[in-house]
Ligand binder design. Structure first.
Ligand code: CO
Length: 465
């Protein structure tokens, strides 16, 4: 019997997409024992923005959350999303930091590490991969992930070549990550058939979003074309900017006679649990119902929805909404000049802001942002296609582009030393050090709070006795 398995995303991407990752662990602890029996391929529950959100907004230790997830989900693969050399942040970390981060992630309970680079420059995911292999336990899976985008250079052949490369590098599975939800059913069919032919029986995963309304059609075509795993969210947290619904896909697959290992009663119980949770965040305004709607603009304008709303906000701030059409038309031109980077964070913001600047200044690239300059210098990695030579010359002059990897490879232990010094007696374990390296200001505040809380509790305990 043909089989397609499902990854449940409610604990990470679904809540990240719909309510800015503000779901605290305490909100879902109760349902974990049931989720553990549902039969998911994996539960995506960590990484992405959860780490930052724990420290910055939820006063939670992300490592403690992970250990609690592990304890309550002993039989299910726990999955995280990792931005390659950027880990869970926005800058390149040194290789020794990347290695330690992965060692600790596996030690604290992660099984599946899905690793991507915004530019698909696979040099930026090599260290993460070798670290996973170094610290792998029996259940550990290294998943190589491709940032999906459309452009004249992003052809089916190019994606097939990328998949071959990921396989050669030694990844266990491959994931196509359609972060903007713009992959059409037609594209999914050609892409997935082509990739499956090229990589044989290696597990292929599709991650998409319902943002533009394509997802259910695209996922169905993906299933017909041989996909092995799809990402879905329990229906309370599905749709809109999130993933397609777990239960809906379950019923559709059943009628096709495709087994997905899920227990019908349990997935319905899980969804019942999350219904009031969702309502609570709609009521308090943290879940904006707008994010639950379909918005096909990304298909019309070829830019992700988030990027469009950002641009409208910026132009409104500057009282320049009359330049909206011109700025919108400028985006694809800037993207082409920059060698067609996938429009994913941080590149979507960089391209959007540069387009607005070009239009407002009235002369293209008269002002170039520091980030775009660094991109052109090569600090983010290699662009998918050559950067416009005039633009390149303007930024680089007679200099050669830099190799983004040369800095990363320094393994001096300096980052750990500096973090330990900065934390002093607030630091208790390697996990604290790692949190500080990733998010210094937030971690410092979090650890100071932790200390103050414990001192208060200690006082109470003495008084009670
Ligand atoms: Co996503």
């Amino acid at each position: 019997m043909k089989k397609v398995q499902l990854t449940e995303t409610v604990l990470r991407d679904a809540n990240q997409s719909l309510m800015a990752t503000r779901l605290p662990y305490s909100d879902y602890e109760e349902i974990l024992a049931d989720m553990d029996k549902a039969g998911y391929y994996s539960i995506e529950c960590w990484g992405g923005a959860t780490f930052d959100s724990c420290l910055r907004y939820l006063n939670e230790d992300p490592w403690e959350r992970l250990r609690n997830l592990r304890k309550n989900l002993p039989n299910t693969r726990l999955q995280m999303l990792l931005r390659g050399q950027n880990l869970l942040g926005y800058k390149h970390y040194h290789d020794d930091v990347v290695e330690k981060f992965i060692e600790l992630s596996i030690k604290n309970g992660i099984d599946v590490i899905r690793i991507f680079d915004a530019l698909n420059d696979f040099r930026n995911i090599e260290t993460a991969l070798s670290s996973v292999k170094k610290f792998a336990k029996k259940r550990t899976i290294a998943s190589g992930c491709i940032s999906y985008t459309q452009s004249p250079v992003h052809t089916v052949d190019k994606y097939i070549e990328m998949c071959r490369e990921l396989k050669t590098m030694g990844f266990d599975t491959i994931c196509l990550k359609d972060m903007a939800g713009t992959m059409s059913p037609y594209e999914a069919e050609h892409l997935i058939k082509g990739i499956k032919d090229a990589i044989g029986d290696m597990t292929l995963i599709l991650h998409t979003h319902c943002t533009t309304g394509m997802a259910y059609m695209t996922v169905l075509k993906a299933i017909e074309s041989g996909i092995d795993v799809i990402d879905t969210a329990c229906s309370a947290f599905s749709g809109g900017t999130s993933q397609p619904s777990t239960e809906t896909m379950f019923y559709a697959l059943q009628q096709y006679g495709i087994d997905c290992d899920l227990d019908e009663d349990i997935i319905n119980k899980v969804n019942d649990f999350f219904k009031p949770v969702k309502q609570k965040y709609i009521d308090n305004g943290q879940l904006n119902p707008k994010s639950l709607a379909t918005d096909a603009q990304a298909l019309v304008y070829k830019v992700p929805g988030g990027m469009l709303s950002n641009m409208i906000a910026n132009l409104t701030d500057m009282h320049a909404m009359d330049k909206f059409d011109a700025a919108l038309a400028e985006i694809p031109k800037v993207r082409a000049d920059l060698g067609y980077p996938p429009l994913v964070t941080p590149l979507s913001q960089m391209v959007g802001n540069q387009a607005v600047t070009n239009v407002l200044v009235g002369e293209r690239y008269k002002n170039i942002s520091k980030e775009v300059k660094n991109y052109i210098k090569g600090e983010y990695g290699i662009a998918p296609a050559p950067i416009d030579p005039d633009l390149s010359k303007k930024v680089l002059g007679d200099d050669m582009p830099v190799d983004c990897r040369s800095e990363d490879e320094k393994r001096t232990g300096e980052d750990f030393k500096a973090a330990k010094e900065a934390l002093g007696d607030l630091c208790r374990c390697e996990e604290d050090v790692m949190s500080y390296i990733c998010y210094p200001a937030q971690t410092l505040k979090f650890l100071q709070n932790r200390k103050a809380q414990e001192e208060n509790e200690a006082v109470y305990t003495i008084e009670e006795m």
